[in-house]
Design a protein around this ligand. Structure first.
Ligand SMILES: [Ca+2]
Ligand SMILES: [Ca+2]
Ligand SMILES: [Ca+2]
Length: 283
């Protein structure tokens, strides 16, 4: 009898261990990898979202995010023109655990323009507003409003969602700026060059270089000063016109400080040219 009891104990023990293991494995599966825009839990680390043309088959600028842990908030930044209407849509992927809340902020980020959490888990959330501001604005997307009933704050798997930024009433009334930064090296590629469009001291667009030194951004139509910045190089500036519905090709050529003959080297030739220039100035 004792032997039988011990066998039963062993069986129950094995079943107990199996259940614990299954619970742990199940919990582990609830965790998800962080999305490719992380870290973005604060305005300082917000990533740019570009305008998506809803009529365009290539959905280049729709972003894929998730709420991978309970500290996860997804901040994005974008550029607006006063009087234009914009929409941000957060669309949960398959699964019922994603319940986005969208909040819109001015460039100061402590001034909230509007917020929306009208729909429940698994349902699309969108916010539409007519901008009273020019230039940079922010949005924070978080897992439902914790003060609203029905908000079951969860994280990990099945919390992924797509984020889309559009101009609903103006269709495709914006343009694209595309080009390459030269020279292409470790100091200029892969995010090391920042490209901005500015008008009347207000910034209306921004991009960074890709690994091949190319860049692509959307921008409201109009006239701008195109800037290119990379550490160790002179700031690049050029007047450009961005046309609606078109890709505006604009390459950016950077020259090093002291690189007088613009061959991306600072050598004796540059020193000689500088001395010649000074000599001419003093004649
Ligand atoms: Ca996230
Ligand atoms: Ca985040
Ligand atoms: Ca919601």
């Amino acid at each position: 009898m004792i032997i039988i009891k011990n066998n039963n104990f062993i069986n129950y023990y094995n079943i107990f261990i199996f259940i614990i293991f299954a619970i742990i494995m199940n919990d582990t599966r609830l965790y998800a990898n962080q999305d490719s825009f992380e870290p973005d839990n604060s305005p300082d680390s917000a990533k740019i979202i570009y305008l998506q043309n809803p009529l365009e088959t290539k959905k280049l600028f729709i972003q894929e995010h998730n709420f991978y842990d309970n500290e996860d908030r997804d901040w994005i930044k974008f550029f607006v023109k006063k009087g234009n209407t914009y929409t941000i849509i957060a669309t949960p992927d398959q699964g019922m655990l994603c319940d986005p809340m969208i909040e819109i902020f001015t460039s100061k980020t402590d001034i909230r323009i509007d917020s929306k959490d009208d729909h429940g888990p698994g349902e699309e959330e969108y916010i539409q507003w007519t901008s009273q501001y020019e230039g940079l604005n922010y949005a924070k997307i978080s897992q439902c409003d914790p003060y609203s009933s029905g908000c079951h704050f969860t994280f990990g798997k099945k919390t992924s969602y797509k984020l889309t930024f559009i101009k609903p009433d103006a269709g495709v009334a914006f343009g694209y700026i595309s080009g390459y930064v030269q020279p292409c090296n470790q100091y200029t590629k892969n995010g090391m060059t920042t490209i901005k469009t500015i008008y009347n001291n207000v910034q209306y667009g921004e991009a960074i270089t890709l690994p091949d030194c190319g860049f692509l951004m959307t921008n409201e139509a109009g006239n701008y000063l195109l800037h290119g910045y990379a550490q160790g190089y002179r700031p690049f500036q050029k007047n450009i016109t961005v046309s609606e519905r078109r890709v505006n090709d604009e390459d950016i050529t950077l020259s090093r400080f002291g690189d007088v003959n613009a061959n991306d080297k600072i050598d004796t030739v540059d020193v000689i040219m500088t001395l010649e220039y000074i000599s001419e100035m003093n004649q």
